[in-house]
Ligand binder design. Sequence first.
Ligand code: GAP
Length: 516
Amino acid sequence: MSDDVMQKVISLCKRRGFVFQSSEIYGGLRSAYDYGPLGVELKRNLMNAWWRDMVHRREDVVGLDASIVMHPRVWEASGHLAGFSDPLVDCKVCKDRFRADHATPAESGASVNLHFADKGRAKVAQALIADQFGVELERRGKELVGATAGDRGYVCPVCGSPFMSEERQFNLMFRTSLGPVDPMGRLANAIEAGEFDGLSGADLRGSIDRITKESAVYLRPETAQAMFVQFSNIQQSMALKVPFGIAQMGKSFRNEITVEHFIFRSCEFEQMEMEFFCEPGTDDTWLDYWKQSRMEWWQKFANDPSKFRLRAHAPDELAHYAKGCYDIEYLYPWGWGELEGVANRTDYDLQKHAKYSGSKLEYFDPVERKRYTPYVIEPAAGATRGVLTYLVDAYFEEEVVTQKGTDVRTVLKLHPQLAPIKVAVLPLVKKNGMPEKAREVVEAFFQRGINAKYDAQHAIGKRYRRHDEIGTPWCLTIDGQTMEDGTITLRDRDSMEQRRISIDNAVQEIEDLLRD
Ligand code: GAP
C-alpha cells in the first residue's frame, strides 16, 4: 500500500465528513483535528466496542472517568515532569526544529550534501554557512556539497545540514495554571522588584520556573495515572479482589514536536487504557494473556488481520518502569507503526504514588492473609490512531460493471459494528407513499437503538455509491413492490447483492447481522 492511499483516505475523510483540519478557515492548527458527523460516530463506535469488551463483558474490570487536570504531584511521582521529554535540536541553516532521535543518521566524518527547494535558497545557505561557520561549500544547482557530519551521528532531516544547536530536553506536557494566582503578574512583580537582576542562563530559567510552578497544573499526557492514584478508592468501594482491572478512555495531550501522518500522531488524542492489578509472580502469565487478547480484539474488526503484528520490545527499548512490553503494530501505508502497547509496569507506579502521597497503596489478600503491592499489566491503546487504522484497512477501490461499461467504486469496508450508519433506508422515489413508509422503517430502527438514516437525495445508484463510500453496510430500498406486497430490497455493501425481505423482518435481520 502506498502513500497515495493515505492521500485518498485523507481526501475521503474531508469530502465525506469524517475528519477536518481544526480551525481550517483560519489556516488550520498544526496537528489538531475535528471529527465531523461521520468521524464522531466511527470514533464513538470504536471506543464503545472497547468499553463493552473490556468493562461490560468482564467481571474482573471496572471503569473510571477521571479529571484531565490532576494534582501536579501526580506528574512528579510518575516521572513525567522530570523525564517526559524529547531531545530537541535546531538546524542553524534551514531553521527547522526536530527531534534528535528522528533525525537522518550520518556517520561521524562522512561527507554530506545539503539540499534546498531552489538555487536561490541554496545560495543564501551557502553564504550563511561561510559567514557563520567559516566553511566554504561548493554549490551544484540546489545542492551544497563538501560538508562533513559531526560526532552527533545525525544531520538535519530537512536540509541535511550538520550545523545544529545543542540538544535540549523539551517537556511534552501542556502546562497551564489553576486558581486565582496569575503567574504572569507574579513574574512581572518579581522583575520589577529586581529579583532576577544579574541572573542568566539556567539560573534565570530556574527562578522563573519556581515562580510559575506555584500555580502550575498539567493536561494529562496519558489516562493511566488516575487509575493508580484511585487504586485504593476503587478496590475498597467495589470490594474487588486481585486480580482486577481499572479501565479508562478519554483525551490525552502531548506537545508533540513531530506530528505526522494525519491523525496518527497529534497533540490532542484519545486513549483507551486499562491497568490490570495482579499478584507479583503471576505478572508474566497475565502479560501473555493480555497481549494475545488485545491482538485478537484489533484483528476481529479488520478486513486484513495479517496487517497486525505483535513485536516484543528489546531490553534497551523498554520504558524505565517496564519489565516487559509488546507493541501491537499495524502496517500503515508508510510502514509498521504502534497502535497499542501492552506493558508489564511491575509495582513501579503504585510504589511511586505511595511514596509521594504518603498513602498506602497496597492490597490485603483475605484468604492468604498477606499484604502486598500488586503488579500491573497495562494494555494502552490509541483510539484516534485506531480510527485511522480501520479507515486505512477499510479503504478499497473496486472495478464494477455498469450498464455503460465498467466503473470504479470507492468503498469503506468498515466492520458493521464500527460503521457510522448501520443501515440507510431509501425510498425509490419521493412519492406514492414511499417516503412515509421509509420513515416508518427508520423509526423502527431507532426504537431498537440502531443508527439508521433516511436518504432520498439523488438517483438510487448514486445513493448506493455514497453509502458505499461512507461504509454503510446495508441499504434498504422501498419501491413500488413494497407498497403492494410488503417486501423491501436489502443490499449488501461488500457483495453488492440484493435480495427481497419482508419489511416486518427488516429490523430483526439487521440486528442479527450486527451481532458478533
Ligand atoms: N500509559 C502508557 C502510554 O500512554 P504510550 O505508548 O505513550 O503509552 C499509548 O501511548 C497509545 O496511545 C499508543 O500506542 C498510541 O496508540 C497512542 N498515542 C500516543 N501518543 C499519541 C499521539 N501523539 N497521537 C495519537 N495517538 C497517540
